[in-house]
Design a protein around this ligand. Structure first.
Ligand code: ASP
Length: 582
């Protein structure tokens, strides 16, 4: 028998029990007569005790041969520890060893297997199997596992079917580049890996499987960031015979269920914020509503007072930083530098201190007297002791800039606690968005999203104003998921393709299968997909999704452990007819 227990379960109730443990050598402390060993496995750490003179001589001898990460089998008796460690579940006991066997030796690992390791990111990725031995990563994967099980439980309970869809498909239009795979049997032709199972889940609705889900890998060939991976996992869902509210309610239920079962947190009803309001009050379609600091538009009180910068601006808009009127010159300069960074691009920052004595001190005192500044403060609902921060410029740009400043202030004032969760729905997204590069409208979500019925007549004249039955789930300023009610009418779908610049032939060639399916009784349907890696990272209180994926890729899309992507052999290329032999 290699083990009777794991390294994470023995405690005082097991005193005098004869046990066998197996695991990795975490640490050895040899104090001459006494040797303590920390033995580690997935479940925890248990302390082993060897006493020279009293323990078997062979046990002492073996112990002195051990190195970090050796794999051993240890037999002994559970005894109470003299100096207990209250921080770990096994901290009250140790194992008085009667037998110790080395099952395998180990090279010295290139970094320490500790919660705070000395290994840099690249090194840890190269030796990912060692990194995964560390407790924080193990905990992340445990959380991920819990989330996937609870997700399945909830959806199963709601009568969803998990159905697998193919990975070797043809392009899906989610707006990113496809990864492609050459077909050996069909010379010169390629499969595309799915950016999402979008068209398949819609076909499943036509097929009558009215509640589908899948925890599924999706592939997008995009530039990478900390929260993006070329392959990632979605909780992909679709429902038939539903309207937008049915979907929002079902998945609001799931969000609440996951928070309550996985984090023991009760989430109140999710606010539903229209896209236009999200932009107006937060300058973002994924607002972080853990804190207020909503935008207040100031055109009517700040313009036409002789300050040209404001007078020329399309929008003058500000936020109130509570109790920040005592900000020093230096702090204010820092904020100004922040908004002037090229990534943010504001020309300057106007501040108004609403002093405790009721007076105002601002960076625009030359143009605005005390009375004028009071009218700003009143409009912004500011009180004595508060700091008003104001930007101006072209509407869309200035909103984006103020969003950055708002988030920065939230950060500075510790209003963005990763253990506080504030989910919301953003609804009524625009259907189309203008693309400067191709000089035409693109589907903001994807071409299967339905326009709001009452906006269809705007399609010709004001396409940018048409709203879609599309929604995003946002938590703590992160877009966790999105979806829409789909078009299920062939004619409307054709009209959409036309507005997106597809000719009838192109639409037929790319999506003929879907258009054809719509001729065989397609039910009204809609769905959503949630980013599973992001959800896991969010539940774990972290920004980066990487440490919630067992084997992630680095910033250049490489797996540096297996060294991929890599060149392939000439005969492989030849077989695929990708290159002729020299
Ligand atoms: N397929 C969409 C996506 O991956 C989600 C959806 O519309 O259901 O973003």
């Amino acid at each position: 028998m290699l083990r009777s227990h794991t390294c994470g379960e023995l405690n005082l109730k097991d005193i005098n029990r004869e046990v066998t443990l197996s695991g990795w050598i975490h640490k050895v402390r040899d104090k001459g007569g006494l040797i303590w060993i920390d033995l580690r496995d997935r479940y925890g750490i248990t302390q082993l005790l060897i006493e020279e003179g009293r323990s078997d001589a062979s046990v002492v001898e073996t112990a002195r041969k051990l190195g970090r990460e050796y794999v051993v089998k240890a037999k002994g008796t559970v005894v109470e520890r003299e100096s207990k460690n209250p921080n770990i579940p096994t901290g009250s006991i140790e194992i008085d060893l009667t037998d110790l066997q080395i099952l395998n030796s180990s090279k010295t690992p290139p970094f320490t297997i500790e919660d705070d390791t000395d290994g840099g990111e690249e090194l840890r990725m190269k030796f990912r199997y060692l990194d995964l031995r560390r407790q924080p990563l193990r905990k992340n994967l445990e959380l991920r596992n819990r989330l996937s099980i609870e997700t399945r439980k909830y959806l199963d309970d709601q009568k969803f079917f998990e159905i697998e869809t193919p990975y070797l498909i043809k392009s899906t239009p989610e707006g990113a580049r496809d990864f492609v795979v050459p077909s050996r049997m069909n010379e010169g032709q390629f499969y595309a890996l799915p950016q999402s199972p979008q068209t398949f889940k819609q076909l499943l609705m036509v097929a009558g499987y009215d509640r589908y889900y899948q925890l599924v890998k999706c592939f997008r060939d995009e530039d990478l960031r900390a929260d993006r991976q070329p392959e990632f996992t979605q909780i992909d869902c679709e429902m038939a015979f539903v309207e937008q509210d049915d979907i929002l309610n079902t998945f609001e239920g799931m969000v609440k269920y996951l928070f309550s079962t996985v984090k023991q947190i009760d989430i109140p009803e999710l606010p539903r914020v229209e896209y236009a309001d999200a932009m107006k009050y937060y300058g973002s379609d994924k607002p972080d509503i853990r804190f207020g600091m909503k935008f207040v538009e100031l055109n009517d009180v700040a313009q036409n007072k002789g300050f040209k910068v404001f007078d020329d601006a399309e929008l003058v808009v500000g936020i109130v930083a509570e109790n920040c009127a005592d900000y020093s010159r230096k702090q204010l300069d820092k904020l100004t530098d922040f908004v002037k960074k090229p990534q943010i691009g504001a020309k300057g920052l106007v501040y108004v201190k609403y002093n405790e004595d009721g007076s105002f001190k601002s960076s625009v005192d030359k143009f605005f007297n005390q009375e004028a500044l009071l009218s700003w403060a009143e409009k912004m609902n500011a009180g004595k002791g508060d700091l008003l921060l104001v930007l101006s410029g072209e509407k869309n740009k200035v909103r984006k800039q103020l969003n950055e400043l708002r988030l920065e202030m939230g950060e500075r004032l510790n209003l963005r606690d990763p253990e506080v969760f504030a989910p919301l729905w953003v609804v009524d997204f625009p259907l189309l968005e203008w693309d400067e590069e191709s000089e035409r409208y693109h589907a903001m979500h994807h071409p299967f999203t339905s326009p709001k019925h009452e906006d269809i007549n705007l399609l010709d004249k004001k396409p940018g104003e048409v709203r879609a039955n599309a929604y995003d789930l946002v938590i703590n300023g992160v877009e966790i998921g999105g979806g829409s009610i789909r078009i299920h009418d062939r004619e409307l779908q054709k009209l959409m393709f036309k507005h997106l610049g597809f000719s009838d032939e192109e639409a037929q060639e790319q999506f003929g299968f879907l258009l054809n399916a719509f001729e065989y009784g397609a039910p009204p349907h809609g769905g959503i997909a949630l980013g599973f890696d992001r959800l896991a990272a969010l539940f774990g209180g972290q920004d980066s999704i990487r440490d919630f994926i067992a084997f992630p890729k680095n910033n250049s899309g490489r797996d540096i452990m297996i060294d991929s992507p890599s060149v392939i052999a000439d005969d492989q290329l030849e077989e695929l007819k990708l290159k002729s032999v020299k």
